[in-house]
Design a protein around this ligand. Structure first.
Ligand code: ATP
Ligand code: MG
Length: 220
């Protein structure tokens, strides 16, 4: 299989995030979709793109966690640099979407409130929207330093099959309805381990990395 490869992968470690062309609007409205991205898939991309357009955001930044502390111990997590590279490959050169390696640069456990501080240094006047699937929205109150996070961003919840939408009380929030995508990282890892195809469930460039690095052969 051949598909487009993207040369900007490792430049990210220093560039951290890309900015689309055009005159800056004030304030920039920026969405942040954090996650493990192990691997990234169409559910992430559709969520990011739909929110970008539904809320007329200037940009949505996908941010792979360095250490997804809430998942540690539950399974083997792919090294952060590989998850970051797969996320860059997944996004490609799509207008309005970008990827940041900021949590990998910061190192240690990844906390959204800390990430937003670091992103705010790069985009000082931005207004922040943290995008979460309905499953993640249900766990918002278990996140780190929620008191501060409530003041930093508006939560944008997108529907996800299998997760009931619960309004995140105590948070500024919005709901964006997206086409339901019944794809998950767990499902993709399992499919690879079982030898099933993941064609079209994630971009071709991600599949190439999974093959090249021999990821997900055991359903850990
Ligand atoms: P895993 O099964 O390993 O948990 P995942 O598919 O849930 O993987 P994550 O990286 O955990 O992917 O998710 C990051 C964010 O993207 C979360 O807020 C999650 O709710 C959201 N998300 C992931 N997949 C979808 C989807 N198919 N539809 C809507 N939101 C999604
Ligand atoms: Mg998940």
């Amino acid at each position: 299989m051949t598909c487009v490869t993207y040369s900007k992968v490792f430049a990210l470690m220093t560039a951290m995030s890309t900015t689309p062309d055009g005159p800056p609007k004030t304030p920039r409205r920026v969405g942040v979709l954090g996650g493990t991205f192990d691997p990234p898939h169409l559910g992430h991309l559709v969520a990011a793109d739909q929110v970008l357009h539904a809320l007329s955001l200037d940009e949505v930044i996908l941010v792979p966690a360095n250490e997804p502390w809430q998942k540690l111990g539950s399974r083997q997590i792919t090294p952060a640099e590989k998850r970051l590279a797969m996320t860059v490959a997944a996004v490609g050169d799509v207008d309005g979407l970008s990827v940041s390696g900021i949590e990998v640069e910061i190192g240690g456990p990844s906390y959204t409130s800390v990430t937003l501080d670091a992103l705010a240094d790069q985009h000082p006047d931005a207004e922040w929207m943290v995008i979460v699937g309905a499953d993640a929205a249900a766990g918002l109150n278990t996140w780190h330093d929620t008191e501060r996070l409530r003041t930093q961003a508006t939560i944008v919840v997108v529907n996800r099959p299998g997760a009931d939408f619960q309004p995140p009380s105590g948070w500024r929030w919005e709901l964006v309805e997206i086409p339901s995508i019944g794809i998950s990282g767990t499902g993709l890892r399992r499919r690879v381990a079982q030898g099933h195809s993941i064609q079209f469930l994630t971009p071709c460039a991600v599949i190439e990395h999974i093959r090249e690095w021999g990821l997900y052969h055991s359903d850990g």
